[in-house]
Design a protein around this ligand. Sequence first.
Ligand SMILES: NC(=O)c1ccc[n+]([C@@H]2O[C@H](COP(=O)([O-])OP(=O)(O)OC[C@H]3O[C@@H](n4cnc5c(N)ncnc54)[C@H](OP(=O)(O)O)[C@@H]3O)[C@@H](O)[C@H]2O)c1
Length: 256
Amino acid sequence: MKHRAILVTGASRGLGAALALRFAAPGVTLHLVARDPVGLARTAEACAARGAAAHTAALDVRDAAPLAAQLLAWDDAVPFDLVIANAGVTGGTPDGGGLEDWATADRVLGVNLLGAVNTVAPLLPRLVARRAGRLAFIASVAAFRGLPDSPAYCASKAGLWAYGESLRARLAPEGVGVTVCAPGFFASDMSRQFSGRHPFELSAEAMAERLAHAIEAGRGRAVVPRRMGYPLRLLELMPSRWADLATRRFRFTVSD
Ligand SMILES: NC(=O)c1ccc[n+]([C@@H]2O[C@H](COP(=O)([O-])OP(=O)(O)OC[C@H]3O[C@@H](n4cnc5c(N)ncnc54)[C@H](OP(=O)(O)O)[C@@H]3O)[C@@H](O)[C@H]2O)c1
């Protein structure tokens, strides 16, 4: 299905910008949210060059009330038919070692999990009333297995995956679709913060293309690439001691 009124959070750079560009076309209205107005303007300009109308709002997805007010105003003007909750931050074992601290966990859970809830919750009653539209959640393959060096990030993505799966089961009979996405590594500012190996890394554009294809096809789940995500899912079936041993072979630090 072709979508015509699209919200993308985290659209100032990285995957969000690549997804916005991937959907940009004549007749399409894009609504772009992130904190950095300069990055947002850059994405909007690139979308406009492809013939789309693009509107931006510099907002923090953790600020639920102003975010809701902006999304409802946009929806009044052009009702959304695709909402992509993509904004995210990373965190974990800091360079030099040590444990992830409380401030990191608070930021990561606040943006990645509650920020996504803040994005979709105000719009849900309207989508259901219209019996139309699709939500897409950008989780991660980190949703499938807690990794020793990024507990809050894995928890935020596992939570987001579960939230999306719950909504998909609930909303399908009401005419609203949900695609939960679990990307593996792709090149971006975020992936550059990881010190470890980046197996099967794609470009942000290639990842956006594959996720957009799954969204347009109306798929319920998109794990990209599968050879990264499925082994992590299988670890869940192993005894915890073996699974922990396996994950301890994949260590990294995360820079600010
Ligand atoms: N890169 C990877 O390998 C990878 C793998 C799996 C999943 N993911 C997920 O994919 C998504 C996009 O990641 P990326 O690699 O493109 O990251 P990125 O290049 O660091 O971009 C993150 C985007 O999120 C926005 N953002 C961060 N905090 C925000 C906040 N509080 N409020 C509003 N916007 C905020 C950033 O904009 P501002 O800074 O301007 O606010 C930026 O536009 C994230 O959810 C990430 O967890 C990434």
